[in-house]
Design a protein around this ligand. Structure first.
Ligand code: SF4
Length: 435
């Protein structure tokens, strides 16, 4: 009996999908090979923009069409924020709230109980227990794994639908995180990405100050050839302790993703972001002083209501002066229920798109310059393609988030190893083993 899962959106959603897949495999379902009809289709939706909502609806309709007779379950942020829109799509059997993902096995039991294939071929016994997070390896044969340590956000930035879809802060117990990481390291994982919706707030809901730094201090004591990468951390949460850890601990990748969102302080204020552009610049310059190879990525939104030509132009002049290395750019899209959707001075979708393209071009130039600067450097890399695939260059990821290839990797090359950047091609690095 086959399942298929389609996922849109952020890393946390990707991890949730891995967890859902694991819970389905535990009860005896297998992932549908290409062209095979699935008995259960799951769509894990995202609602970051209106376009994403449309993509989610299209994906659901496609699955309903391509898998006749399948049970269809829809979950994720779009299902959470607009369940009626999902229920109205013919063929959808169940809307699963984000909070129900942990009880997924009970839901599979209910939804599949009268499926003809299940009657003919009973599944493995059901457990009524919630899915423990230890089962969330996210590894499935790869050298990298994602560990979600936190869910939810209560910052309510003006443009963001996430707090409505994901609920308030909810941090995982640190002992369980440590245990999960130990298990993954013992299984041979070389890089663990710690992720969360609002990672820098880890521990706050458990009344723990500096929760993320404290967790990292425990994790780096786990022995072995492995490393940690942090997903996004908000500017105000990159404090001295976190900077010391990221720039001083070998087990923590030299990489931070610090969402800026706008290069104009007045727009930041409208967004409800608690910092000025000068404060942001001071932070990233400080990081660059501590490490000239660190990757510093950011998120930007183009066209928040009230973003005038002048303020956008001023952002475009200022951004290249920052030591940033890559941008994720989103054109603003009003999300119903958020403050920004009700603001005056909306920027037209066409202009949002054009501004986003210009920001991406600026980000592209910063990224290329950064990558070029890495020529001749020795970096610690992990394989991200199959090391066993003989005759093909091994695809690797560096500590400072650069993808590249090495044609004669050291053997065995399953974990972390050092290599020298011999040259660069666009945003890719080409490496040779470091003797
Ligand atoms: S910090 Fe702001 S942008 Fe990030 S998830 Fe929370 S509300 Fe959304």
């Amino acid at each position: 009996m086959y399942y298929t899962i389609k996922t849109l959106g952020c890393k946390v959603n990707q991890i949730d999908s891995l967890r859902l897949a694991e819970s389905l495999e535990e009860i005896g379902l297998a992932e549908a090979p290409p062209g095979e009809r699935a008995a259960l289709c799951v769509v894990n939706t995202c609602s970051v923009t209106a376009r994403t909502d449309t993509q989610c609806r299209q994906m659901i309709r496609r699955l309903v069409r391509d898998h006749p007779g399948a049970r269809v379950v829809v979950t994720g942020c779009y299902a959470e924020t607009n369940p009626e829109a999902i229920r109205s799509i013919p063929g959808v059997d169940r809307v699963m709230a984000n909070g129900e993902k942990r009880q997924a096995r009970r839901i599979w039991d209910g939804i599949l109980s009268n499926h003809p294939e299940r009657v003919a071929q009973p599944l493995a016994p059901q457990s009524t227990q919630a899915l423990p997070r230890e089962q969330t390896g996210g590894i499935r044969g790869r050298r990298r794994a994602f560990v979600q340590v936190q869910d939810g956000c209560d910052a309510f930035c003006a443009y963001c639908i996430v707090p409505y879809g994901r609920g308030p802060l909810n941090s995982e117990d640190p002992d369980r995180v440590v245990q999960q990481v130990k298990t993954l390291v013992a299984r041979g994982v070389a890089e663990i990405v710690l992720s969360g919706i609002h990672l820098g707030a880890y521990g706050l809901d458990r009344r723990e100050a500096n929760g993320l730094a404290r967790l990292l201090r425990r994790l780096v004591r786990i022995p072995g050839e492995w490393r940690i990468r942090l997903s996004s951390v908000e500017p105000k949460e990159v404090d001295d302790e976190l900077i010391a850890l990221v720039t001083g601990e070998e087990k923590i990748c030299s990489h931070l993703h610090i969402p800026l969102q706008s290069g104009d302080t007045e727009i930041l204020r409208r967004m409800g972001r608690p910092y000025s552009r000068e404060e942001y610049a001071a932070l990233v310059c400080r990081l660059r002083e501590r490490s000239d190879t660190m990757a510093i990525g950011t998120d930007l939104i183009a066209g928040l209501p009230g973003e005038s030509e002048r303020s956008f132009e001023s952002s475009c002049q200022w951004l290249p002066t920052l030591p940033l290395t890559h941008f994720h750019v989103f054109p603003f899209s009003p999300r119903s229920g958020t403050t920004a959707a009700e603001m005056g001075d909306q920027v037209s979708p066409a202009l949002c798109k054009a501004r986003a393209a210009r920001l991406r071009a600026i980000g592209g130039r910063l990224q290329t310059n950064f990558v070029r600067r890495m020529t001749g450097r020795v970096l610690r890399v992990v394989p991200i393609s199959d090391p066993a695939a003989a005759g093909t260059p091994l695809k690797v990821l560096s500590e400072n988030y650069l993808e590249g290839f090495i044609s004669d990797p050291p053997s065995p090359s399953r974990g972390i190893f050092t290599a020298k950047v011999s040259r660069t091609e666009g945003v890719r690095i080409l490496l040779r083993p470091q003797s």
